[in-house]
Ligand binder design. Sequence first.
Ligand code: HEM
Length: 399
Amino acid sequence: MVPTLEFDERFMQRPHETYRRLREQRPVQQVVLPRGTKVWVVTRYADVRALLTDSRLSKDVRNAGELFDRHAANGAVRTELRQSLGAHMLNSDPPDHTRLRKLVNKAFTSRTVERLRPRVEHITEELLDDMAGNDEVDLLESLAFPLPITVICELLGIPQGDRDDFRAWSNVIVSAGGQDELGEASAKMAGYLVELIKRKRRQPADDLLSELVHAKEDRDQLTDTELTSMAFLLLVAGHETTVNLIGNGMLALLRHPEQLVELRADRSLLPGAIEEFLRYEGPVHLATFRYTTEPLRLDEAEIGAGQFVMLSLLSANRDPDRFEDADGLDIRRPAGGHVAFGHGIHYCVGAPLARLEAEIAIGRLLDRFPELTLARQPETLVWRDSAIMRGLATLPIQL
Ligand code: HEM
């Protein structure tokens, strides 16, 4: 029987088995998401990678013709999220995309990010110090969440005291909750960012947000809404992704103790291991929405113009046509070519930062705690309910 994809609890907990059957039998399938939207889900590596650079797919709903009209009519595009926070590069096509991305590219190159190394190491050491007195900790709560949040908040200039609120709103926005909850969290987040930007205008500091305010005020390079949306995108991306690279990567390693031993013995394997963690269980489950601007035929499916398409990065990275023994973890394999950071013009701008943070966090964790083990049976661990992110709810470990 041809498998049907449903974004239910069972699938969220164990997506790989369903994806294996979909890649074999129905690699392009239309499904209904938890919030009621109908989308085409694409699961084979070759299709996913090709569509990530296909200009017939737009990221800007205004370019999606009829689809935009329908959404405008039923009010969906007027939600708080789209109105005040959605005018960012991940929702744009060139030339807007090119202009917006150029404003922050420089802040995230490998070379610029390398300068953050001592600060990332320092924050990591402090978090590890706090963990040290315990027998058992939740690795997400103790290290994987606070590290990237602290780094992105410092980079942008978000005051320390505001970070817990921000984390709560961000969590709601990427989870599969209802429209009311989403609307409320988005409105609070937007209100907060508008106020913060006003403060940065009055009192500029040495941070990226002040620099963006300057780009708006003095050089007229972006609008007010684009500025708020940019801050929103960077903060949510910085909050919700790297946590899962550290968490999913450590889970994979602790489930493969022989590879953990190899990595402890030869630390030069670490950068390659991180690429393999990204491939094996990447932090982003499905790439963000794309819209067809014209009809396209893909495998057996005829996709009309003005339809939503989602590309499963999780599935593409487990495609045996691209990666040998794709369901196996092998920290020595050449995992390059994975699509965990996307591909093409929307390729993750934060990739060098995410790699740096993961390398320091995982490397220092192994140094400090030579006897790390999982504190629960792996089958009992719960994955968060989100159609975008792939990450655990908690990761209890014994130190
Ligand atoms: C391991 C951590 C991360 C992963 C796996 C990841 C993954 C991704 C993916 C898959 C995309 C493309 C989405 C699409 O095409 O639909 C993307 C885009 C993006 N990411 Fe990341 N990301 C990570 C960390 C970060 C961080 C730390 C930042 C913050 C600086 C960031 C900022 C962005 C931005 C701004 C875009 C949009 C780029 C564009 O539209 O040109 N990401 N990321």
